[in-house]
Design a protein around this ligand. Structure first.
Ligand code: SF4
Length: 468
């Protein structure tokens, strides 16, 4: 175990945590999903799609949600449908194909995609034949640009080499594997037992097909984790040669995800240990030459995420960090979220409602939010912070025609305590996170979030996860 923090560093860190660890948004969108409401619905989506069609030639990003899983992992915070019986899920691909028809017929001039992401749930819950059927239909309506990023999330426990082969045959070139932690006692505690061997075999298979940006997801803050065992997991991921790793903070939200009540709370690492788990993982990835990407990702220096960061082209959306972002994101599938022409729109979350809407030939929208007032400006500012850990004042001032310091006077005041704590720096040109402040980047972003300030601060516990 090589936790290189000195005792005085650890004391300082513990003090920072005590002062600044709080519940808050993750900023995969701005405004965040808690602002979504039924005030934005199907009619608004029709208008957005019509407006999007007026930008011929501009490629789209598409997210497809495949929600099924065979069993529930106790830490899971995703929108999933548990069904050991695969026959129940069989009609879903047909519904998705219908939704692809509904959307594509409204976008006759926008049929190019620069990004396709299959997420879940477990995309590889669907058989190789079902995936092939879905993708053949998708690519009969949309065409990938030559450099498109076609990505899939895989659970190594249920993914076969045949499925990887099928995805590769449809042009998929990015793949992400869920691991969380290789330690048997942790895996048992979270009800997700998977061997290193099956993960490594699939990584190798993906490599032979030329997949790039091979990613492994880890989670810190899970029951039974210790510095020693989590370090062993991190070391194995580095040895596997993963191009990227995401090290997510476990969000314990049993009031939202009732199954989390089955986790043994006494097994959780305390706040200081939880932070040390992340600090150790960060240290190990950096020592192995990885570059920190945003809040919780790491990439090899020659990985395109690291290159995009250096060139300030990195983008972030609901699917994580992206290199070839499109201005409009189409969400397909139950509960999927799109981001199109200044509005976020979310599909119906209940499978039966989603199915009924599609069968009636109606776009299956449940809710959303339209950007208004300063939203677009604040969205870009927060995005810059989350991607680059800094924002240039001139970039915002010139783009939106404002005087930065007077426009954000209240926000800068709210940032002052973080500056005093050594987490943020403000000068004439920019606002940036210090190296320790990068781990508190959500706290910095929250200073610029007027929804947080006006509506959620102080009554946040039931809605948001901890920031660290
Ligand atoms: S496989 Fe993934 S999506 Fe499904 S329950 Fe487990 S963590 Fe959640």
């Amino acid at each position: 175990m090589q936790n290189q923090q000195r005792p005085s560093d650890r004391r300082a860190t513990a003090e920072l945590l005590a002062r600044h660890d709080q519940a808050g948004p993750r900023y995969t969108s701005y405004p965040t999903a808690v602002e979504f409401s039924g005030a934005v619905g199907r009619a608004d989506y029709e208008v957005c799609l019509a407006a999007a069609n007026e930008a011929p030639g501009a490629p789209l990003s598409v997210y497809v949600h495949l929600p099924f899983c065979e069993e529930r992992c106790l830490f899971c915070g995703c929108h999933v449908i548990i069904s050991p019986d695969k026959d129940k899920a069989a009609p879903y691909v047909g519904l998705l194909k219908e939704e692809i028809n509904l959307v594509s017929e409204r976008l006759p001039e926008r049929r190019q995609i620069s990004q396709l992401h299959l997420g879940g749930g477990t995309p590889t819950y669907q058989s190789a034949a079902e995936l092939s059927n879905l993708l053949t239909h998708f690519f009969s309506k949309f065409q990938a640009t030559p450099d498109a990023e076609l990505a899939v999330e895989c659970d190594p426990r249920v993914t076969s080499e045949e499925q990887v082969d099928v995805l590769a045959s449809h042009g998929f070139n990015r793949i992400s594997f869920g691991v969380q932690d290789f330690t048997p006692s942790v895996q048992e505690a979270i009800h997700r037992v998977q061997s290193e061997k099956e993960t490594l075999e699939l990584i190798e298979r993906a490599r032979t097909h030329g997949f790039r940006g091979i990613n492994v997801d880890l989670i810190y803050g899970l029951p039974k984790q210790s510095l020693e065992t989590f370090e062993a997991t991190v070391e194995r991921v580095i040895e596997f040669g993963a191009d990227r790793a995401a090290v997510y903070s476990f969000a314990f939200v049993p009031w939202i995800r009732g199954h989390m009540k089955n986790l043994e709370e006494t097994d959780f690492p305390d706040r200081d240990l939880k932070f040390s788990l992340f600090a150790m993982a960060r240290e190990r990835f950096l020592a192995a030459g990885y570059v920190p990407i945003g809040m919780d990702h790491f990439a090899k220096p020659d990985d395109e995420l690291a290159i995009a960061l250096r060139e300030r082209r990195l983008r972030r959306n609901f699917q994580g960090y992206a290199v070839i972002p499109a201005e409009d994101v189409i969400g397909l599938g139950v509960s999927a979220i799109g981001d199109i022409r200044g509005s976020y729109v979310q599909n119906l979350k209940k499978l039966s409602d989603y199915g009924n809407s599609i069968r009636d030939g109606l776009l299956p929208i449940e809710r959303g939010v339209k950007l208004q007032g300063e939203d677009a400006m604040r969205r870009i500012l927060i995005h810059e912070l989350m991607c680059n850990n800094r924002v240039e004042k001139a970039f915002i001032a010139e783009r939106f025609g404002v005087d930065f310091d007077s426009t954000f006077a209240v926000d800068l005041e709210r940032l002052a305590p973080l500056v005093d704590s050594g987490l943020a720096q403000i000068d004439d040109q920019s606002i940036s996170a210090t190296p320790i402040g990068e781990m508190f980047i959500r706290n910095l972003a929250m200073c610029f979030d007027t929804y947080w300030r006006d509506k959620h601060e102080g009554q946040d516990r039931q809605t948001f996860s901890r920031t660290v």
